[in-house]
Write a protein that binds this ligand. Structure first.
Ligand SMILES: [Fe+2]
Length: 211
């Protein structure tokens, strides 16, 4: 089972690599990349962001629009949801009364949040949220190592894998996702969770948060 899944995943990764696009994906995430202190993680993001499928930059954050705030519905909604989650993390991580993460852990958290929903509809847009998208993105991370060492890669991959928090079971009641255990994993989930709360209203100017 694991082998056949692996084979599918590598074909799909190849499919991502052949998607060419006129979108300057790295530029779209310029502000978020600049929240990261380590040159290594910045470099990594500049390599992996171009592999994010084009649809990520266009689709809404949820297929129905029912469960996310207004700013994340419609064109560019998933991108905006991601940017708000990164911003929530950045603000809390900058307040030393609110967290005790090391600088390297903070960077890993920001990288993971930026990439957490990058394959929300699968490698190629399937038109709806793939429930197991945390596992798909986590696999994608492991297959695109670039300049990271194994420990860094596994850390990012695990942070992404557990980002759905308590929602680990699919419609049939099968447990397909992993529950967050570490403080870093819970933090990633918290930022994603807050960014998806319907009562939130965040103003955007183009692709960027206004303030
Ligand atoms: Fe998310």
């Amino acid at each position: 089972m694991a082998d056949s899944l692996g084979a599918v995943a590598s074909e799909e990764v190849a499919a991502v690599a052949v998607v060419s696009s006129s979108l300057d994906k790295v530029k779209i995430f310029n502000r978020e990349i600049n929240y990261i202190k380590s040159e290594k993680y910045k470099e990594y993001l500049k390599n992996i962001i171009p592999l994010i499928p084009d649809y990520f930059f266009h689709v809404g954050a949820s297929s129905t629009g029912k469960y996310h705030p207004k700013f994340s519905n419609g064109e560019g909604g998933l991108l905006k949801h991601t940017k708000v989650a990164v911003r929530i993390a950045y603000e809390i991580l900058n307040n030393y009364a609110l967290n005790k993460f090391t600088e390297e852990e903070k960077d890993a958290i920001l990288v993971a949040i930026l990439l957490h929903d990058s394959l929300k509809h699968g490698y190629i847009d399937e038109g709806y949220t793939r429930f197991e998208h945390p596992n798909i993105a986590s696999e994608f991370i492991l297959k695109n190592k670039f300049n990271l060492d194994d420990e860094e890669l596994n850390l990012i991959s695990e942070l992404i894998k557990t980002h759905m928090g308590p929602w680990t079971k699919d419609k049939l009641g099968n447990k397909v996702l992993e529950y967050p255990k570490t403080d870093m994993q819970k933090f990633v989930h918290m930022c994603d969770y807050l960014s998806s709360k319907k009562f939130l209203n965040v103003e955007f100017s183009g692709d960027d948060i206004l303030y």
